[in-house]
Design a protein around this ligand. Structure first.
Ligand code: GLV
Ligand code: MN
Ligand code: MN
Ligand code: MN
Length: 424
């Protein structure tokens, strides 16, 4: 192996832009439904498993070594990688929401593999080992235990809670994980020891409007939002929609509607948190001429400050209690483990900014209102995140789009950020 080119950037080192774009196209086929625009490739679904397998095969053809850990995270290394060196870990996730876009997660994974491929091919000797990772089930869309893969990397999967969550999503966790190449019984072995990761870098589309509005190609993330999710169950009484007088009803959906508005008002009228969303709502039996007997829904609140997250959560549970006693309907809420707001690490931010600058790319620091595996990995390693513009800020939707030039610029910035972190 040769040494990388002195101070600053090695002009000979570059990603293969055509390969990057082709891989993105190829992976977009997994979970695409003909005639519909979006991609459904939820965590531990057959589609996610197939995409993981496909990418591993391509990396293998490229001369890289691939490994699937106990949480079904795909790990990609250079052949002959030095396992004693601290790792610069590059990654994101391959799973999507339901009817999502082609870039959220996948872009960061494909670019990470490309960076490792370039560094392997160039036989660059670095004081750190570049490794790519595709985390399992970041979104939690079908298997409502988001960050499953990154939590496993940090040794924080609660197996009992994950199993219950998987059941709620209709997923047999043990079997699905085995089919994906993982193993629930030994999931603790997926944990990396503190100190083994010199830095984790995640490249991602912004998923919001800021970079495009400012005409800036590179965002250097300074912090990532916190998030609290409540699972809420409204228990009414099922009945006949014609014969039951209004005064005698216990309509679970009518009460759930007020819960939806209360969640919205946490962020609007009351200004307690940045955003509040009821994204999922299941009414039973969901039949036109039947009074809904039970509704299950999720309330998701986000903010950059932990004390505001807590205050919004308290306000919501207070409102649920008030609604319950005013209507005589039982409303139960359980709070999932909170994802804390997370700052990125200064040396990572500096490396990204310096890389962008050397590449002639304008950049700005910015906040991430979306959650990312990086905030979980921050438990055991320094983290940095690179954003590229999202057209019209659209994401978690079929028409998510980023121009090719931006995708290429982001991957180049990732490559050169690694070299900066390696002291090149
Ligand atoms: C990202 O997928 C998020 O939900 O923030
Ligand atoms: Mn997402
Ligand atoms: Mn994502
Ligand atoms: Mn996410």
């Amino acid at each position: 192996r040769t040494r990388a080119g002195g101070a600053g950037l090695d002009p000979g080192l570059d990603i293969d832009a055509a390969l990057l774009l082709r891989r993105l196209d190829e992976i977009a086929a997994f979970g695409a439904r003909p005639g519909l625009g979006g991609i459904t490739r939820t965590g531990l679904s057959d589609e996610e498993t197939a995409a993981r397998r496909y990418l591993a095969a391509r990396c293998h053809e490229d001369g890289l070594t691939t490994h699937v850990d106990q949480a079904a995270n795909l790990i990609v290394r250079r052949a002959g990688a030095d396992h004693d060196k601290p790792v610069v870990l590059l990654g994101s996730h391959l799973d999507t929401v339901v009817d999502g876009g082609r870039l959220d997660g996948t872009y960061g994974v494909v670019a990470a593999c490309e960076v490792v491929r370039v560094l392997a091919q160039a036989e660059v000797e670095l004081p750190v080992e570049p490794v790519a990772i595709a985390f399992t089930n970041e979104e939690g869309a079908g298997f409502p235990y988001p960050f499953f893969g990154s939590l496993a990397l940090t040794g924080k999967v609660d197996v009992a809670a994950a199993t219950v969550a998987a059941e709620r999503g209709g997923l047999p966790l043990r079997a699905a994980l085995r089919a994906a190449g993982g193993d629930l019984d030994t999931i603790d072995a997926a944990a990396w020891p503190p100190g083994s990761i010199a830095c984790y870098l995640e490249l991602h589309i912004e998923q919001g409007p800021v970079l495009e509005a400012h005409g800036i190609p590179i965002g250097v993330v300074d912090a990532i939002t916190g998030r609290t999710i409540l699972d809420i169950a409204v228990q009414g009484r099922q009945g006949h929609a014609g014969t039951t007088p209004m005064a005698l009803r216990r309509d679970a959906l009518a009460v759930a509607a007020r819960v939806v508005l209360a969640v919205e008002e946490l962020a609007t009228e009351r200004g307690l948190c940045a955003v509040g969303t009821v994204g999922r709502l299941d009414a039973e039996p969901n039949v036109t001429n039947v009074i809904p007997g039970r509704v299950e829904l999720t309330a998701e609140i986000r903010d950059s400050r932990p004390e505001r997250l807590r205050a919004a959560e308290r306000a919501l549970t207070g409102e649920l209690a008030r609604l319950g006693s005013a209507t005589g309907i039982d409303i139960a809420a359980t709070v999932r483990p909170v994802t804390a707001p997370t700052p990125t690490t200064e040396p990572a931010r500096q490396a990204i900014a310096a890389a962008a600058e050397a590449l002639g790319l304008a950049h700005r620091e910015m906040f991430s209102s979306a959650g990312h595996d990086a905030q979980i990995v921050s438990d055991i390693a320094p983290i940095g995140m690179i954003f590229v513009p999202s057209h019209r800020g659209i994401s978690h939707a079929p028409d998510e789009h980023t121009d090719d030039a931006h995708l290429i610029a982001g991957a180049r910035t990732l490559l050169h950020s690694v070299l900066r972190l390696a002291g090149r």
